[in-house]
Design a protein around this ligand. Structure first.
Ligand code: NAP
Length: 252
């Protein structure tokens, strides 16, 4: 297992870095965005619910951290033009991108495949893999401009070992694991971009509570407790690691 849960991130780890976090309004994405800002990064908060992004924005401002930016975007309806407009805006504002955390995710239904709704299947694939892939394509030139860029895709245990009833969610995470290997291999020769996958493991969020309604949330680590591997991957200490799979916590 490739896990850095004991990593002690130095205070200024992400100073001067521009990092985009998807699904930054809630759960793990919210915690990661706050932690990146607390370690010096300028964070771009992307998500589908503006009010949640604004709350995170206000928290960052209230702590006197580098001024963040908000980018409302719903992967369900987003078009290639939206991704390219976003890249243009980021280019004008910052001129480069040093970190990209693909964290937004949709669970879909946990149900036998025989009963899986095809429209929901498409929706989950759109939010979890297709949208993030085309967004990454649009952002590649900005990542190439960075002296040290880290792209992290969020995976799952069911993206590494299939499990009955997990349907599109599981398949989308397998696709994620495949995609990071393809892109990592393509950018390897550039030397300044790394692309890795990260499985958060069981974490106390809304998505986990939906997937496991009978579970006591108090038995789970909070998003804040699983962040050392996120920080390690976004900072310079993970240089040279490309196309690898990481876990944010040891298995339970
Ligand atoms: P969460 O609390 O449900 O957060 C998911 C985030 O994704 C929310 O900010 C949500 O926005 C955003 N999102 C959902 N659909 C979107 C869309 N169409 N467009 C843009 N943003 C969208 O879940 P979480 O547990 O923090 O999950 C974060 C990541 O970790 C996901 O990729 C998930 O698959 C993965 N993961 C979680 C666990 C776990 O135990 N929690 C385990 C393995 C993997 P809104 O708040 O606006 O809905």
């Amino acid at each position: 297992m490739n896990c850095k849960i004991d990593y002690q991130a130095p205070a200024g780890l992400l100073k001067e870095r521009i990092i985009l976090v998807t699904g930054a309004g809630d759960g793990i994405g919210r915690a990661a965005a706050l932690a990146f800002a607390r370690h010096g990064a300028t964070v771009v908060l992307l998500g589908r619910t503006l009010s949640k992004l604004e709350t995170v924005y206000d928290e960052i401002e209230a702590e006197g951290l580098p001024q963040p930016a908000i980018f409302p975007l719903n992967f369900e309806g987003a078009t290639l033009k939206d991704y390219h407009d976003m890249a243009e805006t980021l280019d004008k504002e910052f001129g480069r991108l040093d970190g990209l955390l693909h964290n937004a995710g949709l669970l879909g239904n946990i149900t036998p495949f025989a009963q899986y709704n095809p429209a929901l299947w498409e929706q989950v694939m759109q939010v979890n893999i297709n949208g993030p892939i085309w967004m990454t394509q649009a952002l590649l030139p900005l990542l190439e401009t960075s002296p040290d860029a880290s792209v992290v895709f969020t995976s799952s245990g069911v993206g590494r070992k299939g499990r009955a009833y997990w349907g599109a969610y599981s398949v989308s995470k397998f696709a994620t694991e495949g995609f990071i290997e393809v892109l990592a291999d393509e950018v390897e020769h550039l030397g300044n971009i790394r692309v890795n996958s990260l499985n958060p493991g069981a974490t106390r969020t809304r998505m986990r509570a939906t997937a496991y309604p009978g579970e006591d949330p108090e038995t789970l680590r909070t998003p804040e407790e699983i962040l050392p591997t996120y920080l390690w991957l976004m900072g310079p200490d993970s240089r040279g690691h490309n196309g690898e799979r990481f876990d944010a916590q040891p298995p339970r």
